[in-house]
Design a protein around this ligand. Structure first.
Ligand code: ZN
Length: 313
């Protein structure tokens, strides 16, 4: 792979634009570095905003890196490179994400619980699922014309039309827009919300779903000693993979980064809570109608999701 750009860094909170942030050392995941950035892994920082408590990585993917990461998302080359650096990332997990009927039903039910009380079905005709894979998460009960905006070539499910380019999207307006599992990946989440705002009809609702990931980061260091430790790990790929596995297992099972473990910057660049999501929505011209944190799975690990329903201010 060609050596290309090396991500870009930000120091200001993307949600509330505060410059008051706390930093901890972290590592760009070996998979992300090799597959999307085109270089060995390197250090970055996990920042937490003192104002709105948003957590985010200072390193952000440039447009060409986003293309490389998501154009063949979870395809053969993606799986091979990811499994090479994360032996615990199995074929079953890779192929199951987004296609497990139970997962689809649980996610659709979660969305319906949040927004059905607020929806006037007589006024909702056109529905967009932004970044919605095959459109399989659009509830049957919602709208008559259903669209999915998806840059990958996923074939949409029956009854859903794919929009494959931003130019096409920008010419359209919708009565209801969903964005599930999108904003945590975005280098510039405010730009995405501004684009969605311009695609809304007056009175339209916007339904956002992001993972609620607020694991403990107390053992991720801030100082020179911890930075030296991480730099040493970067020189020994086998040790890096072993500590990565140990860190990921503790994060998933125990809900915190373990002693001598590390936080890694992987596909999720953003970690929202209600406060930071409110700040981002306010800054991009929306007001929150309803929000909740739902537990969608308890085994093998607790998985929580933040649902937000918003409309134009
Ligand atoms: Zn902030």
């Amino acid at each position: 792979m060609l050596l290309c750009s090396n991500m870009y860094t930000i120091e200001t909170c993307p949600c509330c634009q505060s410059k008051e942030v706390h930093a901890r050392w972290a590592i760009i995941a070996p998979f992300l570095a090799h597959y999307a950035v085109g270089r060995p892994p390197f250090l970055c920082k996990l920042l937490e905003c003192s104002n709105c408590s948003f957590r985010f990585f200072d390193s952000r993917l440039a447009p060409d890196e986003v293309d490389r990461l998501y154009s063949g998302y979870r395809g053969e080359r993606y799986f091979a490179e990811r499994h090479r650096w994360e032996f615990w990332y199995s074929r079953k997990v890779n192929d199951g994400i987004g296609s497990d009927p139970e997962e689809i039903a649980a996610r659709v039910a979660g969305l319906e619980r949040l927004f059905l009380p607020h929806v006037n079905h007589a006024t909702v005709k056109t529905v967009l699922d932004y970044g919605g894979d095959r459109g399989q998460f659009i509830p049957n009960s919602l709208g008559t014309n259903k669209f999915v905006f998806e840059l990958s070539d996923a074939v949409p499910v029956h009854g859903v039309t794919r929009i494959g380019s931003e130019q096409e999207l920008n010419r359209m307006k919708f009565d209801f827009i969903m964005a599930s599992g999108v904003l945590e990946h975005c280098s510039e989440p405010a730009s995405v919300l501004e684009q969605l705002r311009s695609c809304q009809n007056p009175g339209s609702l916007l339904c956002i779903e992001v993972p609620y990931e607020r694991y403990g980061i107390g053992f991720a260091g801030k100082g020179r000693l911890y930075r030296s430790y991480l730099n040493t790990l970067l020189h020994f790929p086998a040790a890096l993979v072993a500590v990565d596995f140990y860190s990921a297992a503790a994060r998933i099972r125990l809900g915190h980064i373990p002693p001598l473990g590390f936080v890694k910057c992987h596909e999720h660049l953003n970690f929202f809570n209600k406060n930071s999501m409110n700040a981002l929505l306010h800054r991009t011209g929306f007001e929150v109608v309803d929000s909740r944190i739902e537990c969608i799975a308890k085994y093998p690990a607790r998985v929580e999701t933040l649902h937000i329903l918003a409309r134009l201010r």
